[in-house]
Design a protein around this ligand. Structure first.
Ligand SMILES: [Zn+2]
Length: 449
């Protein structure tokens, strides 16, 4: 069921609109994309050399001379890490030493969640806002949202960059039905009332909603489309297929990075990974996560993505290590887009090593998902201390319905399956829904013990 169409359209979508928002940029080949980026970079390099204290200093320290660095020589410039950006922010509160425009030109300020330390801010000029809206529009349009759709979004408008999707949905011209993150009552009300045909949410919440409807056996009007974002999961078949089955919808996923653009990759209804949608505004490189040696972006390659802003004015990043390890799924696609497609394997920081093998917690989700309906689909690895290497058995917590946490047969079966599929031993602890925490909106895949 839900066999993926190659047309770039959702099943049942009969509208005549072009399936590609920005045909010129999204269908161009590497050579044209490179030329476009190269022209933008010359301006960006001059802008940063002159106006960014942060990059001006870093590049001098790295021995970059006064002559402009051409785009083809981008790899001569040092990487920028999250810690570097934090340092730049701390240096000159609130906007940081990487603010590259006069303060009066900043017309929008988002904040980061500040899970590690004080919140920092993301400042945008009108041109930066427009770039984010353009990239986001390509992204969500790629996922299959067209102007005739009615979209429930659970992405909060609050202080966070996810709120920028409201500009994007307005640009597409669809109906927007906003609710707060995790507001199950309003989602169910809207579902029963037929207020929307599309839901934008985290995969954790989509999974929670599916489990709940499955359990209550309530008949609701099927949805046509669920777009997941904010965390990995929508691309894991064991997670995706269950949501598709219960809600009757096609599930695809989108992804962004706050410091770069809140929506930057969007999967088309062909469900073959997320297309890069930032052409002309953002340049992406791939590096080996351990050695940071450049890698070719080609089918099958697995590495960390590195981002450079080509047009951002206020707080551009150059060679920013995004921390996401991805697998490149391919280039051209049945939908007509020529940009590369990828899936997230996991966060660099969530990766651990068992007997020399790199493991991402999302691999465990894929195994655990097979045990539905005895499990809810959520699971996480328990990490003690900061060591990257874990001696087996690896502690794993798996969420189950209340009252099933003593099912040793189930725990045993999951342990066996992890061993068979992932080749390491784990120790499964079943945790009741009421004790698992995090309310099902977003699930951390790693719990620090
Ligand atoms: Zn496609």
């Amino acid at each position: 069921m839900n066999s993926a169409p190659a047309s770039g359209k959702l099943r049942g979508d009969t509208c005549a609109a072009d399936v590609i928002w920005d045909r010129e940029v999204e269908t161009e080949g590497h050579e044209q994309a490179f030329a476009r980026a190269s022209a933008a970079w010359d301006k960006q390099f001059a802008h940063l050399s002159e106006h960014s204290d942060f990059y001006g200093r870093r590049w001098r320290e790295a021995g970059v001379g006064a002559r402009p660095v051409k785009f083809a020589d981008l790899t001569r410039l040092p990487f920028t890490s999250k810690a570097d950006l934090k340092g730049a922010a701390d240096e000159d509160q609130p906007f940081g030493s990487n603010l590259s425009v006069p303060v009066e030109r900043i017309k929008r300020v988002y904040q980061t969640s500040g899970t590690s330390g004080a919140p920092s801010v993301l400042a945008l000029t009108p041109s930066d806002m427009e770039a984010w809206t353009q990239i986001g529009t390509r992204t969500y349009y790629a996922s299959g949202i067209h102007d005739h759709n009615s979209v429930l979004t659970t992405f909060g408008a609050g202080p966070f960059v996810a709120g920028h999707t409201f500009f994007v949905l307005s640009r597409i011209g669809c109906r927007v039905v906003p609710v707060g993150p995790g507001d199950t009552d309003r989602v169910l009300f809207g579902l029963r009332a037929g207020l929307f045909d599309t839901v934008m949410t985290t995969p954790s919440f989509a999974q929670y909603l599916s489990n709940r409807l499955e359990k209550s056996r309530e008949e609701v009007k099927p949805l046509s489309h669920v777009v997941t974002g904010g965390e990995a999961g929508g691309g894991i078949p064991e997670v995706r297929d269950h949501i598709q089955k219960v809600l009757g919808a096609t599930v695809d996923e989108v992804m962004g990075i706050g410091d770069v653009a809140p929506s930057l990759f969007g999967e088309c209804p062909g469900q073959q990974g997320m297309h890069f949608c930032g052409g002309g505004h953002v340049w992406v490189e791939m590096v080996d996560p351990t050695t940071q040696e450049p890698m070719a972006i080609e089918p099958g390659a697995e590495g960390e993505l590195v981002y450079t802003h080509l047009t951002r004015e206020a707080m551009p990043v150059v060679r920013f290590l995004g921390g996401d390890i991805v697998r490149v799924e391919g280039g051209s696609c049945g939908c007509g887009r020529a940009t590369f497609r990828m899936r997230i394997l996991g966060r660099r920081d969530d990766m651990f090593i068992v007997r020399g093998v790199n493991v991402y917690p999302s691999a465990i989700l894929a195994v655990v998902g097979q045990f539905r309906p005895r499990v809810t689909g959520r699971a996480r690895v328990v990490r003690e201390g900061a060591a990257v290497s874990i001696e087996p058995p690896v502690p794993v917590e798996v969420e189950v319905s209340n009252g099933h946490e003593a099912d040793t047969v189930l725990a045993d079966e999951i342990e066996k399956e992890v061993r068979a599929a992932l080749t390491f031993r784990c120790r499964v602890e079943l945790v009741a829904e009421s004790d698992f925490g995090e309310a099902g909106y977003k699930t951390r895949l790693v719990r620090k013990a």
